[in-house]
Design a protein around this ligand. Structure first.
Ligand SMILES: [Zn+2]
Length: 56
């Protein structure tokens, strides 16, 4: 699916989780989001935590 968001401000974003990549809509006011859901945010935070620990 090609999104024509290049010259527009997107109404949302692409989930930063590589295993998800859902398109999500930003909802009202609030913090800028990188993930489509809290579930993805939590999963990726745990994953990056594991990666950083495994690197050592
Ligand atoms: Zn997601």
């Amino acid at each position: 699916m090609v999104l024509i968001w290049d010259h527009q401000r997107p109404p949302g974003g692409l989930c930063a989780s590589p295993s998800c990549q859902n398109v999500y809509l930003t909802q009202g006011s609030g913090l800028p989001r990188r993930y489509c859901s809290r579930r993805c945010a939590t999963r990726e935070r745990v994953a990056s935590h594991r990666r950083s620990r495994a690197a050592r």
